[in-house]
Design a protein around this ligand. Structure first.
Ligand code: NAD
Ligand code: APR
Length: 240
């Protein structure tokens, strides 16, 4: 897969890129959607019906994420972000901050990480629409730092809600020379549709995943195996 020096690369990651850091994926065996029903913990209706159950689920997720470290796949991507500064857009479906931490460790100035499903480290005030960095629990319904209302919820995109920054994501995909999908099952739209958009816009497309995903057939090339090995090898190939 040859690339011109000024090529633009869009990378889409899913839960699989963080699996080897110890964060459960959603649809692998034993994954989160076998432990919890989506309808109980990942929809606006669930939050309205039983906010404490939803907030306990996110406390558990947040605690798990905060004990984890970026793995070799995150660090390899950070190397790429640094070497191809400004030409790599990293779109993640993950709400963890492992890409951000790996980029900071690598000294990447402008990491351009787009969290299309939100971030577990943020709380979103539904009264004043402010997003605040928030590491503590929300179970006691604390006051919003901006407006004082007890209207904070996890800054996570739930089923039935619209992902963040889709305009930026679509603009990056439509001007990509290479689109790489890493560690996602291709089960959830619109993330799962980005590969077709990239291909139709003329990009080369590559899937790096543990096993064939629901969208493997849309890719020019698909490599299967653990992200820590595949991503490090791919970045090594690109950077030499
Ligand atoms: P969708 O149609 O985009 O995705 C539905 C997917 O949810 C299905 O493909 C299935 O894989 C999964 N799903 C639904 N019920 C499930 C269950 N009981 N067990 C396991 N998996 C289940 O969902 P939507 O409601 O149309 O979502 C619209 C938007 O919400 C999407 O654009 C997506 O970005 C966002 N979203 C966010 C989350 C999240 O937890 N952050 C989860 C899904 C979707
Ligand atoms: N290396 C590479 N890929 C892996 C690894 C690994 N070590 N472990 C698992 N995978 C792959 C699985 O084969 C699977 O295809 O990662 C994918 C994980 O898929 P999901 O669990 O469905 O996670 P994801 O694709 O991120 O889910 C999309 O659904 O519930 C919503 O908002 C949630 O963002 C999430 C979205």
């Amino acid at each position: 897969m040859r690339l011109k020096a000024d090529a633009n690369i869009v990378i889409l990651t899913g839960a699989g890129v963080s699996a080897e850091s110890g964060i459960d994926t959603f649809r692998d065996s034993g994954g989160l959607w076998e432990q919890h029903r989506v309808e109980d913990v990942a929809t606006p209706e669930a939050f309205a019906r039983d906010p404490e159950l939803v907030l306990r689920f996110y406390d558990m997720r947040r605690a798990a994420i905060q004990t984890c470290e970026p793995n070799a796949a995150h660090h390899a991507l950070a190397r790429l972000q640094r070497a191809w500064a400004g030409q790599v857009t990293l779109v993640t479906q993950n709400v963890d901050d492992l890409h951000d931490r790996a980029a900071a460790t690598a000294g990447v100035e402008d990491a351009r990480v787009i969290h299309m499903h939100g971030e577990h480290l943020n709380a979103w005030c539904t009264a004043c629409d402010t997003r605040s960095r928030w590491r503590a629990t929300l179970i006691e319904r604390p006051a919003c730092p901006a407006c004082g209302e007890a209207a904070l919820r996890p800054d996570i995109v739930w089923f039935g809600e619209i992902p963040y920054r889709m305009d930026e994501i679509i603009a990056a995909v439509e001007s990509a020379d290479l689109f790489v999908s890493i560690g996602t099952s291709g089960a959830v739209y619109p993330a799962a549709g980005l590969v077709r958009m990239a291909g139709e816009a003329g990009a080369q497309t590559l899937e790096l995943n543990l096993e064939p995903s629901q969208g493997s057939h849309w890719f020019d090339e698909a490599r299967h195996g653990p992200a820590t090995r595949l991503v490090a090898q791919w970045v090594e190939q690109l950077l030499g």
